[in-house]
Ligand binder design. Structure first.
Ligand SMILES: Cc1cc2nc3c(=O)[nH]c(=O)nc-3n(C[C@H](O)[C@H](O)[C@H](O)COP(=O)(O)O)c2cc1C
Length: 154
């Protein structure tokens, strides 16, 4: 199975999460590739396999700067994503109560609007909890991966 991790980050935390997952997952059974969202456009979703969006939140509940071009391109091109399956590992901070984890939420809403199927619930890491996201990522993602495998199209 092929898995693409798309990373939206400002200060590198989401990238650490992706690195951790890639280290554990990239074995014989699975081919994992991590792509920073910088300079990507919506054509990235034409790749084969499943996607995991790993993104933080900035500003007034915005996607991080390196994710903006991809987000805007998706919004304007409105591709048919009905064959796409994806998950969302969001990073945020509950101190921003009004916009908690909106970065992941924004991608989730857009992908769903264009017909993609989300597997599992959206994860919402809270930086104010004191728990490092790379510590919880593996457990959440193992669970997510099991759901992906269960829902494998024939
Ligand atoms: C200036 C600034 C604005 C932020 N705005 C939000 C926000 O609106 N909502 C939220 O849930 N988290 C917000 N955060 C928290 C980050 O998303 C969180 O710390 C995340 O772990 C950073 O991940 P990164 O290093 O991958 O960018 C903000 C952080 C900073 C420094």
């Amino acid at each position: 199975m092929k898995l693409t991790l798309l990373v939206g980050t400002m200060t590198g935390t989401a990238q650490l999460v992706a690195q951790e997952l890639e280290l554990v997952w990239d074995d014989g059974d699975m081919q994992v590739e991590t792509l920073l969202m910088d300079k990507l456009d919506s054509s990235v979703f034409a790749r084969e396999g499943v996607f995991l969006i790993v993104t933080s939140t900035y500003g007034q509940g915005d996607v991080p700067d390196n994710a903006k071009a991809l987000y805007e391109d998706l919004k304007s091109k409105r591709p048919d994503l009905s064959r796409l399956r994806y998950g969302v590992f969001g990073l945020g901070d509950r101190t921003y109560a009004e916009t908690f984890n909106f970065g992941g939420k924004r991608f989730d809403e857009l992908l769903a609007e264009f017909g993609a199927e989300r597997i599992g619930e959206r994860h919402m890491h809270d930086a104010s909890s004191g728990v490092l996201p790379e510590e919880t990522a593996l457990e959440w993602c193992q669970d997510w991966l099991a759901k992906v495998k269960q829902s494998q199209p024939a």
